[in-house]
Design a protein around this ligand. Structure first.
Ligand code: ATP
Ligand code: MG
Length: 140
C-alpha cells in the first residue's frame, strides 16, 4: 500500500457557518492527513476553469456562482487510498442520499451547497492539486 493524495474543498456554505474545524476533525479522524491548506476567495474565471468538466451540465452556471459566493478552504489530503476514502467520508453528492455519519449527511444544506468537494480519481486529484498548490506549499 502506498500513500496517495486528494484535493478537498470546504465550500462557501460550510465556511459561512464556521464549520472548517469540525470538517477538519472528520478528515483527521478518518486517518487522512491535511498536508496543505489555504483559505481563498475564488473568482468566476477560476471557478469556471476548475469545473470545466461540468460546463455542459445544467447546473454549471449556478455552481460557479455558489463557489464564488464566499471563501473556500482548499486542502491536500494524504492517506492510504485517499481518493475513495475521502469520498466515503464526504458521502453522496445529494445529502438526502448520503449515509449517516458522513460530512454531507450531517452538514450539507442541499445538493448544490453540499459543504465539501473531493477529487473523483487519482488522475483528477493530481490535476486539481496543481491547480491550487505549488510544490513548496505541500508538506507531507
Ligand atoms: P464534488 O465534485 O464537489 O466533490 P461530486 O463529485 O459528488 O461533488 P459532481 O457530479 O462532480 O458531484 O458535481 C459537482 C458539484 O456540482 C456537486 O458537489 C454540487 O455542488 C453540484 N451539483 C451536482 N449536481 C447538482 C444538481 N443536480 N443541482 C445543483 N448542483 C449540483
Ligand atoms: Mg465531482
Amino acid at each position: 500500500m502506498s500513500l496517495t493524495s486528494t484535493l478537498s474543498i470546504i465550500k462557501p456554505d460550510a465556511t459561512r457557518r464556521n464549520l472548517t474545524g469540525v470538517i477538519n476533525a472528520r478528515i483527521e479522524e478518518a486517518g487522512l492527513r491535511i498536508i496543505a491548506q489555504k483559505r481563498i476567495q475564488m473568482d468566476r474565471s477560476m471557478a469556471e476553469r476548475f469545473y470545466e468538466v461540468h460546463k455542459e451540465r445544467s447546473f454549471f452556471d449556478e455552481l460557479c456562482t455558489f463557489m464564488t459566493s464566499g471563501p473556500v478552504v482548499v486542502q491536500v489530503l494524504e492517506g492510504e487510498n485517499a481518493v475513495p476514502l475521502y469520498r466515503q467520508v464526504m458521502g453522496a453528492t445529494n445529502p438526502a442520499n448520503a449515509e449517516e455519519g458522513t460530512i454531507r449527511r450531517d452538514f450539507a444544506e442541499s445538493i448544490e451547497a453540499n459543504s465539501v468537494h473531493g477529487s473523483d480519481s487519482p488522475e483528477n486529484a493530481q490535476r486539481e492539486i496543481s491547480f491550487f498548490f505549488s510544490e513548496i506549499e505541500i508538506v507531507g
